[in-house]
Design a binder for this molecule. Sequence first.
Ligand code: ADP
Length: 311
Amino acid sequence: MNPSDEEKLLQSTALQNANSVFLARQRAEQELIRTKEVLQARTDELVASLARMEETLQERDRARSDADEARRIAQEANEAKGRFLRMISHELRTPLGAIGGYAALIEEGIHGPLTDKQRESVARIRHNQQHLLGLVNELLDLARIESGRVSLNLERLLFQSVIESVRHMIEPQIAAKSQHLDVQSDDPDLVVRADRERVEQIVLNLLSNAVKFTGQGGTITISTTHSGDKVYLHVQDTGIGIPADKLEAVFESFVQIEPALSHTRGSGLGLAISRQLARAMHGDLTVESVLGTGSTFTLCLPRATDSTALT
Ligand code: ADP
């Protein structure tokens, strides 16, 4: 090979090398552009999802402050309802007391002797006055309990003694319907920690209902059981029962299941008050029932553990 051929060959090899370097660089540059595009797309996606996240956080904050506002309004409305109930109950009690007082004076014959018809009418006035007064007192009680104003005197109580005192109160109503009262206790020495007056109020309410919603000659059973640190009082009747889908509703204020069926008057407040009182004493009030067969209400109270004196 002569020198000029050798030179040409070298030149051509150099040219090829330069060409492939150029191509490689071009490929690298294209690769770089593609990578930049991918990166840009990822960055855009990231920015968009950050914006969405920011929006979600703002929405959550808005929802939280809306909920706070709704809670504040509901609380204010509840307090206003409580104030109204307390005010109206106090206002109603005074004239109702006067009606009862004057009716009693007339009944005693202070304005002269009464005919049988007049005596009957006065008795009706007294009966209705008592009913209204009871209703107003229940309203006042509910308002006090709901606003947390009820004061409880929690003490050690012999459960049996509560049952005995309520039993005496209910016996005339039981006798009036020729019903039977059965009292069973698994341990007569059970001691609970509760407010005597309030426990009596609850048990009396359960027994009055049992009598009211059980027909002539039916049976009402009071029994006590205990388990761990809880004591249970069951009031069972053989009455009309409560439909399964109404078992919780009976504990709501002003709820009466088919009042026409019961042929009785009531406010629908007794069980609402009783459950709230039971819970305020760290217990509960529940019910089981079979429609047409009967109901069992169960009052649960904490068993007394300390050794302070019994009342
Ligand atoms: P009231 O007895 O004044 O209507 P309560 O709150 O004590 O109010 O009871 C609410 C409702 O629950 C009653 O109207 C009645 O429908 C139902 N209920 C309560 N106790 C019994 C029971 N022992 N048997 C059947 N239904 C009952």
